[in-house]
Design a protein around this ligand. Sequence first.
Ligand SMILES: Nc1ncnc2c1ncn2[C@@H]1O[C@H](COP(=O)(O)OP(=O)(O)O)[C@@H](O)[C@H]1O
Ligand SMILES: [Mg+2]
Length: 263
Amino acid sequence: MTALDATGLRYSYPDGTLAVDGVDVTVETGERVALLGPNGAGKSTVLQLLGGLIDPDAGTVRYFDETTDADAVRDRLSVLTQNPADYLFNPTVREDLRYGPAQQDRSESEVDRRVERVADRLDLGELLSKPPFRLSGGQQRRAALASALTVEPDLLLLDEPVSNVDAANRAEVLALFSELAADGVTLVTSTPDTELVAHVADRVVLFDETGTVAARGSTREILTDTELLTDCDLRPPQVVRLFDGRGDIPLTVAEARRRLDER
Ligand SMILES: Nc1ncnc2c1ncn2[C@@H]1O[C@H](COP(=O)(O)OP(=O)(O)O)[C@@H](O)[C@H]1O
Ligand SMILES: [Mg+2]
């Protein structure tokens, strides 16, 4: 089944900037896909179009082979935009986390259960009673992510979900994404960070600087094509640069260590 099928997306901002110029994105259920590209490539705009937060000037987005109306699938779809403040507008973080499932008319106890579970998983314990604007940038991003997760979506669209998040919390968030994927949740992650891609995606849609798709392929195909990445103003991951031209190229440090140990 297809979770997301977008064709011919085009979008210009009111000031005339053509941000997305004929983009197709298809994501099968349970897939992990990265939207990779340099700053200004149009990734965030595409993600907002995919999430139904803005309407395209041309093109359509179809959800779960069912509908082109994002509002009809709000229960199954969560979008984390680039700006955590979009999700943090209540007096406390706890109320922000309660907001989504409460909108879905879940029972009080079910809402509480979800908030506790996600807060526990993302180590938000002491932050729950705080006003969100008191949180640091990385904490706000984790809180915003938590609020996107309490609706327990089938399809999760994430814009730079770990930028500003410290190493320990980042590892926790990435582990959580792996668990969600193992549970069958479809994950689409936008990032300019080639180092992140192998941790969040099996397939990549690569954008160039002009709001169009430059290439698509498996994470391995894209990350090991150093010329293609450089042409798109991106730097190949460090381990790829290290092992480039030396046989089987690892995509992560963990993979590289295994390779070295085998020698
Ligand atoms: N609200 C806006 N008004 C005008 N131009 C915008 C707006 N938001 C983004 N843009 C422009 O649209 C293009 C794509 O931006 P964006 O989708 O944010 O790219 P990315 O997420 O890949 O960095 C950029 O040229 C950016 O400057
Ligand atoms: Mg962006």
